[in-house]
Design a protein around this ligand. Structure first.
Ligand SMILES: *[C@@H]1O[C@H](CO)[C@@H](O)[C@H](O)[C@H]1NC(C)=O
Ligand SMILES: *[C@@H]1O[C@H](CO)[C@@H](O)[C@H](O)[C@H]1NC(C)=O
Length: 425
């Protein structure tokens, strides 16, 4: 993490435990990007007395889990009993025992879940628990007094599950479609709208729990001009470990075709649908730094993009990318390098997610600009995984009550960015 992100994350919200908001309409939290791992992480407050924790974002994860093995001290920690209401809320019914000295993460007769680290594809057993949890409230313009959930449900994880995570982080915040993930849980605790939004940035972005406004300097309310597409349910869990019949907690959308320079790329349509085994389709992920495409889609998109830019000098591709251009031969625009737009066409021809140069082209060294898509191989579980780089400076609002995604398209068009939330109090 560069020193500016560290500094920002450490100076934000110093006032947190001092004053409390009883009835927040929304909560806010900064999202930083770790340059070493390209992971996005945020800061949450937990325990008594409060500690602040950096936790990595996993948009499709099922709940918050934190390392409880190392230094978990809190007078308000409570293990969740097996067969309790909280345990069924987490869609878990296993009873766990622990054959060592009782401590947070090690108690008898507790509700067992499977915290997961998707970055190293590992999941393990963990104790479900509750503790105090806090984030700053917001009116959508600025952070306000902290809001406190006295019994926030999360899972304990072991220290080894932190492997592969950005340094200085102590768990993963899953924002997936479950009742215990923070979006639903916080909406229930504070009775605010069952919506949350992420706005990723190469520097410091922002996340909101609750409905809009979502305002960025100089006073642009992005919540007012979103385009909506249905969120689709994948009937089969995509998690590492799951219970029979569990649906995927990840966010899928219905991409019907891909256009480059407004011309449809020929694709195998079967791959774009989610089949009864949960294979295929398109999901949004903060785990993958770049968009992944199934091999035949990848090849077709690269071909079409290369053809549309046939007049521009190509250079040797730099892994993991497969198509790179001489950076000096491409001009620039307000929305990044001047390259053909890539449209993900959704429920109708008139509804599409347009990817401009700022989100499609990745600068590699000083000389190359590469198409920021990666080959996912021949039989991936999900055909299209829209990754972090393609999401940056686009606000995504997940409306869970109406099961739809609102997306802003590039904020650069509106002369703002995801790093323009006003954190000054
Ligand atoms: C759980 O119960 C077992 C068997 O009674 C006991 O040996 C163990 O110490 C207990 N563990 C905790 C964490 O209390
Ligand atoms: C399209 O994809 C499906 C699913 O992978 C595959 O079974 C089928 O053979 C493909 N069709 C063509 C024409 O390649």
């Amino acid at each position: 993490m560069d020193s500016s992100s560290l500094l920002l994350l450490s100076i934000l919200y110093l006032s947190l435990p001092i004053s409390f908001s009883q009835k927040p309409n929304a909560l806010v939290s900064p999202i930083a990007k770790d340059p070493a791992t390209l992971q996005y992480f945020t800061k949450v407050y937990q325990r008594t007395p409060f500690v602040s924790l950096n936790v990595v974002l996993d948009l499709g994860g099922r709940y918050l889990w934190v390392d409880c093995d190392k230094g978990y001290v809190s007078s308000t920690y409570r293990p969740v009993r097996c067969r309790s209401a909280e345990c069924s809320l987490a869609n878990a019914n296993g009873c766990g025992d622990c054959f060592s000295k009782a401590r947070p993460g090690c108690n008898n007769n507790t509700c067992g879940v499977s915290p997961e680290n998707p970055f190293i594809r590992t999941s393990t057993g963990g104790e479900l628990a509750t503790d105090v949890f806090s984030l700053p409230s917001t009116d959508g313009y600025k952070p306000g007094p902290a809001a406190k959930d006295p019994q926030f449900i999360f899972s304990c994880g072991p220290t080894f599950l932190l492997k592969g995570l950005a340094s200085g982080t102590s768990g993963i915040i899953g924002l997936g479609r479950t009742k215990v993930a923070p979006p639903e849980q916080l909406a229930a605790t504070f009775s605010f709208q069952r919506t949350f939004a992420i706005c990723l940035s190469g520097s410091i972005g922002v996340m909101f729990f609750g409905g809009g406004p979502y305002v960025f300097l100089p006073g642009i309310d992005v919540s007012k001009s979103l385009i909506y597409t249905p969120l689709l349910i994948n009937p089969v869990s995509t998690a590492g470990t799951f219970v029979q019949g569990e649906k995927s907690a990840e966010y899928f959308i219905g991409v019907k075709s891909i256009k480059i320079n407004e011309k449809a790329v020929k694709l195998n349509q079967t791959l774009l649908n989610i089949d009864q085994n949960g294979v295929g389709g398109t999901k949004i992920s903060t785990v993958n730094p770049y968009t992944l495409l199934e091999t035949s889609i990848y090849k077709a998109v690269l071909d079409a993009f290369g053809t549309a830019l046939s007049k521009v000098k190509k250079v040797k591709p730099v892994a993991p990318f497969g198509l790179c251009f001489d950076a000096k031969s491409i001009g620039s625009t307000r929305v990044g390098p001047a390259v053909p737009a890539i449209d993900l066409v959704l429920q109708s021809e008139s509804v599409y997610w347009r990817i401009f140069g700022a989100n499609s082209m990745v600068a590699v060294g000083n000389d190359a600009l590469c198409l920021g898509f990666v080959d996912a191989g021949k039989n991936p579980r999900t055909s299209i995984v829209i990754g972090g780089y393609q999401l940056e400076d686009n606000l995504l609002a997940f409306d869970l009550a109406r099961s739809r995604l609102g997306f802003s398209s590039s904020l650069l068009f509106r002369q703002t960015t995801c790093s323009n939330f006003d954190y000054t109090t």
